[in-house]
Design a protein around this ligand. Structure first.
Ligand code: MG
Length: 426
């Protein structure tokens, strides 16, 4: 037997076998896709029987946003109709287990959208920001770093100096190269005219030139700034160790994603040999895989794309694991995390002693229009909103003015190849 709630049918099988404390119920769940910064963002809205009480969650997997939206609207959402929105843990487990083949970035992102929306509702019901529901702050704000990229070493350092002059204390450096360029920095097309793929990326050149960038950076930016570098999964284990050792004199804050996720069983070898902290995990799409990175000694700093592991509920368990094992956190949060996901990151950052640093992103005005309440860094620090829930809303009329572009990522990623024509990690 099913009974309708606001036009959506209740599935009796997905209801809790315990009485709810009050009559509040979930009445609708739907995805919203928008791209105010051209990067497709997926947000989930969960409505309740209390008029005006709704929650928003980040379900962004920008490369496969159609699949996430379908998972939310067709599979996950209908299971929640009629449930009490306070049953967050049970709903998260039910959604996770009900697909039998569980996890993966598509289903976890869909789960994250509803999970974070339920935390938003919980905060709004309590009249508290989510960070208070998590136990309250252990720090005032999350220190951040921004990205400095450039076609040349000079340009990269110039951009880094501008970021530091804006009040930031930490910066990630990426410099271009002949061909397609290094990750996060442009290349000069046709760098290898005698090769089968003239726009290719040369790993040996990258290994030679990257230490020179950091030598110049320390000389010109000084001893103080925290300096990061993202390899973006392009190296073998031995190449990663060689790069880490070559970068030792420049005291990096962390070296990120030195090897591809397919080789994470060997990340402890890299970490053992690297003089600086190793940060990895943003490509992990399973809470169990993320836990293995921590337990097996693969990371000094766990990075999570929180929506890819299923949202705040699983992420806060990983945070607790990090706290208990002496591993730090440094969450992923550039343009392919919605402002709601960014707020969830900050809620975790300010409530955990494991927090080390937060990847920052300065959202353009169009994003602020679509997401009123979007947090902006102040002197490089991200402060959580004190409003109930995440403190961030969505203007759906503004959101529809920014339709998503399909295959935005593929147009770039599919072109990343070596000079011999072999495909490379983007
Ligand atoms: Mg990265």
């Amino acid at each position: 037997m099913t009974r309708p709630i606001d036009g959506m049918a209740v599935m009796p099988e997905t209801q809790a076998p315990w009485p709810a404390r009050d009559g509040l119920r979930i009445t609708a769940v739907r995805s919203i896709v928008t791209a105010p910064e051209e990067v497709p963002l997926v947000v989930v809205r969960v409505d309740t029987s209390d008029p005006g009480l709704y929650g928003l969650g980040c379900a962004t997997f920008t490369q496969r946003f159609h699949a996430v939206a379908a998972a939310v609207d067709r599979h996950v959402g209908p299971m929640l109709i009629g449930r009490h929105p306070a049953d967050i843990e049970d709903i998260a487990r039910m959604v996770h287990l009900s697909s039998y083949w569980r996890g993966g970035p598509v289903l976890n992102s869909a789960l994250s959208g509803v999970d974070q929306a339920l935390w938003d509702i919980a905060g709004k019901r309590a009249g508290m920001p989510v960070y208070e529901l998590l136990g309250g702050r252990v720090r005032a704000a999350a220190d951040t770093y921004l990205h400095a990229g450039g076609a040349t070493v000079e340009e990269t350092i110039e951009n880094a100096a501008a970021i530091l002059a804006d009040g930031y204390r930490n910066v990630r450096l990426q410099t271009g190269a002949p061909g397609l360029g290094n990750y996060g920095a442009p290349g000069s097309p046709g760098g290898y005219p005698a090769s089968p793929y003239p726009d290719g990326w040369d790993v040996q050149r990258y290994l030679r030139e990257t230490p020179k960038l950091f030598e110049r950076a320390r000389a010109e930016l000084g001893e103080e700034p925290g300096l990061m570098h993202d390899v973006h999964s392009r190296l073998t284990v031995k190449q990663a160790v060689a790069l880490a050792r070559a970068l030792e004199p420049y005291r990096l804050f962390f070296l990120e994603d030195p090897i591809p996720p397919e080789l994470y069983d060997r990340l402890p070898e890299v970490r053992e040999a690297a003089p600086m902290p190793i940060a990895a995990g943003e490509q992990v799409a399973s809470v169990a895989d993320a836990a293995r990175l921590v337990k097996d000694g693969g990371v000094d700093l766990l990075r999570l794309h929180v929506s890819a592991v299923g949202g705040l509920t699983p992420a806060r368990k990983l945070v607790a694991l990090c706290e208990l094992t002496g591993v730090g956190t440094a969450w992923h949060a550039p343009a392919d995390v919605s402002p709601i996901g960014a707020a969830a990151n900050v809620a975790l950052d300010v409530t955990s002693p494991a927090f080390q640093i937060q990847e920052g992103h300065v959202y353009p005005e169009a994003v602020h229009e679509v997401f009123p309440g979007t947090i902006s860094p102040v002197n490089g620090y991200l402060y959580p909103s004190d409003r109930p829930g995440w403190g961030i809303d969505i203007d759906e009329a503004a959101a529809v003015r920014h339709p998503p572009v399909t295959h935005l990522h593929e147009r770039w990623a599919a072109r990343v190849r070596r000079p011999d024509g072999g495909i490379e990690a983007p």
